[in-house]
Design a protein around this ligand. Sequence first.
Ligand code: CP
Length: 332
Amino acid sequence: MEKPFRRRDLLGIRNLSAEEIVGILDTAENFSEISNREVKKVPALRGKTVINLFFEASTRTRTSFELAAKRLSADAVNISVASSSVSKGETLIDTAMNLDAMAPDCIVVRHSSAGVPHQLAKVSRAAIVNAGDGANEHPTQALLDAMTIREHKKQIEGLEVAIVGDILHSRVARSNIHLLTKMGAKVRVAGPGTLVPKDFQHLIDVESQSDGTSPKSKIQNPKSLVVCDHVEDALDGADVVMILRIQRERQDSAYFPTLREYSIHYGLTNERLERAKKDAIVLHPGPMNRGIEIASEVADSSRSLILDQVKYGVAVRMAVLYLATGGSVVKS
Ligand code: CP
């Protein structure tokens, strides 16, 4: 069964409906077997052009968007800030308008400032896909996390999900909180008090206004998000444990005394993981700081689905590129 996907740009999760999220996940599930074929290519996006415009470092997101485009037969062009004329002083909007003049069908953008994809969407004829904007959103990460959870737990509704770590600076946390609560999961967040403010929910709502998209956009089910005082409270009985990276590049002051202390009090070890359900799964968006937010004994264990997340990232990005360039939702 095919259903038109009415949205052109993918700027964040907060403005998507649960139905739209399911449509992307179903389409991704459909595309996922292409990566297992000997010839990993279908003609779905033949003749389309995708530009990857990355102003921040990336291993997983940039590579998987490029692979996703190529596996659908699109032409993929990668631009990094060091090799672009931004390094000569060109403004972001001028850069976007010049790229747009070359008639790409989709521009995938990552930037250290929140709201950049939303600005580009206003001046571009191409579909804009947010590959991470500052501490705001990382929608395709939340979608691939959701696909990983769905593949292993069959459904997201009713699950207890613990998100632990640097919540304050995390676009992954924001996108996941929006997605998981829309899909009926309960989310508990925990970390050092300086990185998990008590009024975190309010902070999310305020930030959703600063991007200029929808001032009324708030977490749909406020009771589905609980801020825990202790990491153990978040882990107790969890079905899914999502560990976040300590983002030293976004921290302009000391949020905790030392990395060693962080690891002792908040790092996920096998002992701490005992508090979660016996069949709990462990996710981490990468890149990992081994021995800080996650012990190697957990990262390399059978409960860790970190490489599955990377695998599903290609399928999710194939679905996003396909839908953003006019494709219809494909049900499995
Ligand atoms: N998870 C993630 O965004 O990884 P990269 O920074 O390597 O793209």
